[in-house]
Design a protein around this ligand. Structure first.
Ligand SMILES: [Mn+2]
Length: 326
């Protein structure tokens, strides 16, 4: 019995969701299951390759809805969970008792834990540490920007490793540990510990690069690091460097995409925020109200840069309007 679990790749909440789902499945659905973990990333063009839906059961966690009948379980909490209105319709009309959506949850991990406990009698107590940190990290519930970039807690170091890894086997190897071991122990595993020193060094360098390249104007920081291999930089650095800013828009690249990241400062006290999921959806991206992203083809810097500029203009105009200046 093969259960393939598709999860939001390079995301702490995505990995924890896969870990929690597999533990729940083994304990409450079927204990004789072999799990195969496959990461899904947002990219320009088709999101899913349905030929990969080859498990006896196929689950998607912390990622967009698929109408494929081969998908038997689904959990998501993204505001942009549906690629099209037709997909949203399909979800509304389907009769499955194994597909769940609630955008009010800060983390998909907590969402799965809650549903698994309430509907299937799962005991979330042994994984409480993981659920707690998934909620803090996906919900950006750090007390301040300094603690978000200091990297003190094991969960934050694991997040950095998960977001930056280029090794496709790294996260699938970590997922079973997330479901069964304390986070500090996972961090001490040799395959994890060995990647940390270069990542911490790169983290320090990225703070330095962004310090040089960011400027806050009309409540919005914009930066372009497409000349560097920096995708996976800590997304709170802009707010650490510019505590007064409300929004940040960043352009970065990796082997498979050019990415526009659009975020808002979790520690700012603005009265109103632009819904960033909606902004990103206009360009084919998505996310949550307070943080979103758009993926463009790798190398398509001009289109991505054009979109980033338009978004920066829009956010700055909104900031000026709400703050009555000029
Ligand atoms: Mn999530």
């Amino acid at each position: 019995m093969k259960v393939r679990v598709f999860y939001h790749d390079k995301c702490f909440d995505g990995a924890c969701s896969a870990a929690l789902f597999s533990r729940f499945y083994r304990e409450r659905v079927r204990d004789e299951a072999e799990f195969v973990f496959s990461g899904l990333v947002h990219r320009a063009g088709a999101l899913f390759d349905e030929s990969k839906f080859d498990g006896d059961e196929n689950a998607i966690v912390d990622f967009k809805y698929s109408t494929s009948p081969k998908i038997t379980w689904w959990f998501d909490h993204h505001l942009s969970a549906f690629l099209t209105p037709e997909d949203a319709d399909h979800y509304e009309r389907q009769q499955s008792t194994k597909k769940f959506y609630d955008p009010d949850y800060r983390s998909c991990t907590k969402f799965i834990a809650t549903i698994a406990e309430k509907r299937f009698g799962f005991n979330p107590e042994p994984v409480a540490e993981m659920v707690y940190w998934a909620d803090i990290i996906d919900g950006a519930l750090y007390p301040d920007a300094t603690s978000a970039v200091e990297m003190k807690e094991p969960a934050m170091k694991l997040t950095m490793a998960i977001e930056a890894t280029q090794n496709p086997k790294f996260i699938p190897r970590m997922i079973p540990l997330l479901a069964s071991r304390p986070l500090a122990e996972i961090l001490a595993e040799p395959f994890v510990a060995e990647v940390m020193p270069p990542l911490l060094k790169r983290h320090a360098e990225s703070i330095h690069v962004l310090r040089e390249r960011t400027e806050c104007k009309d409540g919005t920081v914009y930066f372009d690091v497409t000349d560097r291999e920096l995708e996976g930089y800590n997304k709170f650095i802009p707010y650490y460097l510019h505590p007064e800013c409300v929004y940040s828009v960043g352009l970065s690249k990796s082997s498979f995409r050019t990415k526009v990241s659009v975020g808002s400062n979790p520690w700012s006290h603005a009265d109103r925020y632009v819904n960033l999921a909606k902004v990103c959806e206009r360009y084919g991206g998505g996310g949550h109200a307070r943080v979103g992203a758009i993926s463009f083809e790798p190398g398509n810097f001009e289109t991505a840069r054009g979109a980033a500029r338009e978004i920066v203009d829009e956010l700055r105009a909104s900031y000026r309007e709400n703050n009555g200046s000029r």
